[in-house]
Design a protein around this ligand. Structure first.
Ligand SMILES: Nc1ncnc2c1ncn2[C@@H]1O[C@H](COP(=O)(O)OP(=O)(O)OP(=O)(O)O)[C@@H](O)[C@H]1O
Ligand SMILES: [Mg+2]
Length: 248
């Protein structure tokens, strides 16, 4: 079973085609990342899957159900939650109130149990439940943003640049938690410019350019591709040396 199937997705904004026929698949137990530089359409893809933009052509299916151009609340009910670019947590509300917002689609009786589940994953949030969202550090705010998305009990969690502005150690902590989220049964679609971090946890990756998927493959193959190394991995090939290779 696939968590997400995007087929030939086109999206115009203001008469200009921003997505030009995107195909992406996420397995039910997958972590899939989308790499790409600024302005290539990564956030637009997330927003189109999430129902923010609803004039797409092509199709989006979640666990086999067609959600193309459905409104956001229906897409959340179908099993897709987002940790959006820029986090968008509510600074003047408490951590617990922020978490509750993520559970609006769920029966009220599940609330306590869902807060507990999120706090077991991010123990720091339990300590901060009564604190204002705005008082958290950047890493804690990102955890709250992911925690809020998990409150809906999604089949697919979409994250848009979760590592942005965070120290490398915090990024490592958060990415390790993404692997735990996958183990607990939620598939992950991860948009990242931090290709090194994303390719460490992903089992498949797509590279977007100009509103299209330009390249795709397993992380090991992409890390061996000189175009990817030059553009996204700081110019250092990650290929394991083969017997007989000249020493570096
Ligand atoms: N609401 C909008 N109105 C006009 N243009 C838009 C809108 N949303 C996106 N675009 C344009 O679509 C293109 C893709 O933008 P998008 O935000 O999807 O890129 P991105 O890959 O997420 O970039 P970044 O890495 O900077 O976040 C850009 O040229 C952007 O200017
Ligand atoms: Mg973006």
């Amino acid at each position: 079973m696939t968590a997400l199937e995007v087929r030939d997705l086109h999206l115009p904004i203001g008469g200009q085609e921003i997505l030009k026929g995107v195909n992406v698949t996420v397995a039910a137990d997958g972590i899939v990342c989308i790499l790409g530089s600024n302005g290539v359409g990564k956030t637009t893809l997330m927003r189109t899957i999430g129902g923010v933009y609803r004039n797409a052509q092509g199709s989006v299916r979640v666990a086999g159900v067609d959600i193309t151009n459905r409104p956001p609340h229906e897409i959340v009910r179908a099993g897709v939650s987002q940790a959006p670019e820029g986090r968008h947590i509510f600074g003047s509300m408490t951590v617990e109130e922020n978490l509750r917002i993520g559970a609006l689609s769920r029966p009220a009786g599940e609330l306590r149990q869902n807060v507990d589940r999120v706090c077991s994953l991010f123990p720091i949030l339990r300590e901060r439940l009564r604190q204002k969202g705005g008082s958290l550090s950047g890493g804690e705010q990102q955890m709250l943003c992911i925690g809020r998305a998990l409150m809906a009990g999604p089949k697919l969690l979409m994250l848009d640049e979760p590592s942005l502005g965070l120290a490398p150690m915090v990024v490592r902590t958060i990415f390790a938690l993404l692997e735990e989220i996958r183990r607990s049964g939620t598939a992950i679609l991860l948009v990242e410019q931090n290709a090194n971090a994303a390719l460490r946890i992903a089992d498949y990756a797509y590279v977007m350019e100009g509103g299209r998927i330009q390249l795709e493959g397993a992380p090991a193959d992409l890390k061996a591709d000189e175009r990817i190394v030059a553009a996204y991995l700081g110019g250092q090939s990650q290929r394991t040396p083969a017997p007989g290779d000249a020493p570096a």
